[in-house]
Design a protein around this ligand. Structure first.
Ligand code: ASP
Length: 434
């Protein structure tokens, strides 16, 4: 019999988790059984995701930056590409923050549930308040100072210092570009291999995902008997999806403004890659198809697409950054926290950097969300709130990530005079291509 696809397995895990959770609330001691014997597996699963956060940033960011190859190429095409990538990501995070502040999905949890949650996670809330008080005492440039670690090993021992690890990884990548090739080559190969290992570990962890979500959901259900939380999750999902839809409309608009290509031309050209992104939840796995569609069907010169798209798959994740912003504020709202404007501006920076550091594989956005939460002082325990619905949202945000890469490749090609006529007009031929 054919093995069920992972996303189906995860969905089944979720449904079973909810069902088992509900069943166990019906008899005495059921809640305790789940808490003692099921919940720890959810904790182990979340821990294993957090465990790989630091090595993941180091490997994927060093590889991403060093793939730029040489500094002069970086200044012409690279500068433009990265500039537009960052602008679109900041726009995505801002749209996410705007929507989550207007819709307030976390506030649809009743006062009682919120109190229960705050009570359960009271300790973290106190810590948050203490941190906020500390932050008030420090100067305006403290955040900048905090980005530069005085000791990389010190920085790498605490998930809260992820920005420092990101800083080091970027610096390391630039150093790799600047040294002679024969010296750089073994180091690059090492990080290439290292990156592969990390991606494989994520694969392995994802194998446990159906059981992890089962445990998390079962524990969530017995611990929050109120259905409010799930209603609130629906609003959270709605907020993310609305933001993603706005991003797709935004891409079509800027493609039209810059290249005069119509939305139907653009969407017909890129849709097979979008579908693949949706089904695999991985921009990396979709990359060969994205390259083929953009070059053959959208008319982008190969010189541009071969440079812009692989970098985009590694660092440009608008869907992921939008989701991270919504998720972070949603969790804060669910915990009854009021995020200051400064903290929300901080989220723009951390979600942008975290999406850059996210690997182009399923679930990577959630791993990096830990950093956004830690930097904003939002309890990491809140991950349990959103995990249930993460996979379907991952599928949708990956679709947006890939569409964003294709959009930027068209704009960069246009500004460099490298956007020509598509080689293949029939949008459906050649697919699936080997
Ligand atoms: N799955 C996403 C991608 O590959 C990353 C993420 O948001 O988890 O683009």
């Amino acid at each position: 019999m054919k093995k069920l696809a992972l996303h189906w397995q995860i969905l089944i895990g979720m449904v079973l988790g909810v069902v088992v959770g509900i069943l166990f609330t019906y008899f005495d001691g059921g809640k305790e059984i789940i808490q003692d014997w099921i919940k720890p597996f959810g904790k182990i699963f979340i821990n294993s995701l957090k465990l790989i956060a630091v090595p993941l940033i180091l490997a994927s960011l060093i590889k991403g930056v060093s793939d730029l190859k040489d500094i002069s190429k970086l200044s012409a095409m690279g500068g433009r590409t990265i500039g537009i990538y960052i602008i679109t990501t900041v726009i995505a995070v801002s749209i996410g923050l705007f929507l989550v502040n207007v819709i307030k999905p976390g506030n649809s949890i009743s006062e009682k549930t919120r109190q229960e949650l705050v009570q359960n996670y009271g300790e973290s809330t106190t810590k948050y308040k203490e941190q906020a008080a500390l932050q008030k005492q420090s100067g305006p440039l403290q955040a900048l100072v905090d980005i530069v670690p005085e000791n990389i090993f010190g920085a790498a021992t605490n998930n809260k210092n992820m920005l420092q690890v990101i800083f080091f990884a970027i610096l390391f990548g630039i150093g790799l570009i600047l040294i002679p090739e024969e010296k750089a080559s073994p180091v690059k190969k090492f990080f290439d291999g290292f990156n592969e290992v990390i991606l494989k570990i994520i694969d392995l962890i994802m194998l446990a995902a159906p059981y992890g979500v089962f445990a998390l959901l079962a524990a969530l259900v017995v611990e929050s008997p109120s259905v409010d939380l799930f209603k609130a999750l629906i609003w959270y999902a709605f907020t993310v999806l609305l933001g993603l839809l706005i991003m797709i409309a935004f891409y079509n608009l800027i493609v039209w403004l810059f290249t005069k290509k119509t939305p139907s031309f653009f969407l017909k050209g890129i849709s097979p890659a979008q579908l693949l992104a949706f089904s695999t939840s991985s921009s990396a796995a979709t990359l060969p198809v994205t390259m083929e569609r953009v070059t053959e069907h959208l008319g982008v010169d190969e010189e541009v697409s071969s440079f812009v798209l692989p970098i985009g798959a590694t660092i440009n994740m608008d869907g992921t950054s939008l989701y991270q912003a919504v998720a972070a504020v949603f969790i804060a709202q669910a915990f009854g926290m009021d995020l200051s404007l400064g903290t929300q501006l901080g989220i723009i920076v951390t979600a942008t950097l975290a999406s850059i550091g996210s690997a182009a594989v399923p679930g990577a956005g959630m791993v990096m969300l830990v950093i956004v939460l830690a930097q904003a002082g939002i309890p990491e325990a809140g991950l349990a709130l959103i995990f249930a619905i993460d996979r379907p949202l991952d599928m949708c945000r990956t679709m947006v990530n890939v569409t964003g890469d294709a959009t930027v490749s068209m704009i960069v090609a246009k500004t460099l005079g490298k956007l020509g006529k598509p080689k293949v007009k029939d949008w459906d031929d050649n697919y699936p291509k080997k």
